[in-house]
Design a protein around this ligand. Structure first.
Ligand code: CMP
Length: 139
């Protein structure tokens, strides 16, 4: 069954929007099968954003995601990656459709409230960075 990794980012956690964001993701029909709050260590953030290492925003993204607690979650179900990405909206909240999470909760392209894996392949890698297999309760 397809899975995707979600991070409710430090801006949204600090504003008390974690529950509202998880509720919107559950409303897509994808099933919540794992969740925890954590402060991401720098080495983990650098691994997660490895694909962006050469980009000018790499240091900013790593600095931001490690700046405060996040809520990490795994959603599961047919088309889970696409369902979550549709509910999140465009990376830049200025371009996000009305009714999407980023349009309603994000402040900027960096402080953009939520992360979701961009493919089932990257989801498998990202999920393994944040969760042990036994922490995922798929039933
Ligand atoms: P995320 O889905 O977590 O994956 C990579 C992140 O890099 C992305 O969300 C944005 O927060 C961030 N990002 C992408 N493009 C830019 C950019 N041009 N400037 C700053 N941050 C960016």
């Amino acid at each position: 069954m397809e899975r995707t990794l979600v991070l409710v980012k430090p801006d949204a956690v600090a504003k008390g929007c974690s529950g509202a964001i998880l509720a919107r993701l559950e409303a897509t029909g994808a099933k919540l099968v794992a969740a925890k709050m954590l402060q991401i260590p720098r080495a983990l953030a650098e691994k997660h954003y490895e694909a962006h290492r050469a980009k000018p925003f790499f240091a900013g993204v790593v600095g931001f995601i490690t700046s405060g607690p996040v809520v990490a979650a795994v959603f599961e179900g047919e088309g889970a990656v696409a369902k979550v990405r549709k509910a999140m909206g465009a990376t830049n909240p200025a371009n996000a459709e009305p009714g999407t999470i980023r349009r309603d909760f994000a402040e900027s392209i960096e402080r953009n409230a939520v992360h979701g894996s961009d493919s089932p392949e990257s989801a498998a890698i990202e999920i393994s960075l944040y969760f042990k297999p036994e922490e995922i309760i798929s039933r």
